[in-house]
Design a protein around this ligand. Structure first.
Ligand SMILES: Cc1cc2nc3c(=O)[nH]c(=O)nc-3n(C[C@H](O)[C@H](O)[C@H](O)COP(=O)(O)O)c2cc1C
Length: 125
């Protein structure tokens, strides 16, 4: 399963690099890339103006049909707003909210998320 992610300050990229899974980073300057394979989206949490490039990516060609679920990175100090970007996308695109972590994730987060990815993959096979 491919991981597609977005990052502004690099925390999410650091999390993704620890997973050692095939990944594609959404480019804010040109989010219009057709992925052509099933993927899990990992997004940090920011105002909609910042994350709308993620919607541009999801709405491009067949990308939406390939979206299997969403994971969110955030900061627990934001309390009820913790990982709301990922939650909103899961709701709007009708896919499961799979996982949440802070910043670049702990080693435990990395292991837990890998399990979630594996479980989703085995369900699809
Ligand atoms: C301006 C700003 C607003 C943020 N708002 C939220 C928020 O509402 N909820 C949340 O969980 N995290 C929030 N965060 C935390 C980031 O989502 C978090 O640090 C994330 O790991 C950043 O990922 P990135 O480095 O890949 O961009 C905010 C961070 C900044 C700088």
């Amino acid at each position: 399963m491919k991981i597609v992610y977005f990052t502004v300050t690099g925390q999410t990229r650091r999390f993704i690099n620890k997973l050692d899974l095939p990944a594609y980073e959404i480019e804010p300057a040109n989010p219009f890339f057709e992925i052509n394979e099933p993927f899990i989206l990992v997004v940090p949490t920011y105002d909609q103006e910042i994350t709308e490039v993620v919607n541009d990516f999801l709405d491009y060609k067949s990308n939406r049909e390939q979206l299997q679920g969403v994971a969110g990175g955030g900061n627990l100090n934001f309390a009820e707003l913790f990982v709301y970007t990922a939650k909103d996308i899961a709701r709007d695109y009708k896919v499961p909210m799979l996982f949440a972590f802070e910043f670049s994730g702990t080693n435990e987060d990395v292991e837990s998320f890998k399990k979630v990815v594996n479980e989703l993959e085995s369900k699809r096979n």
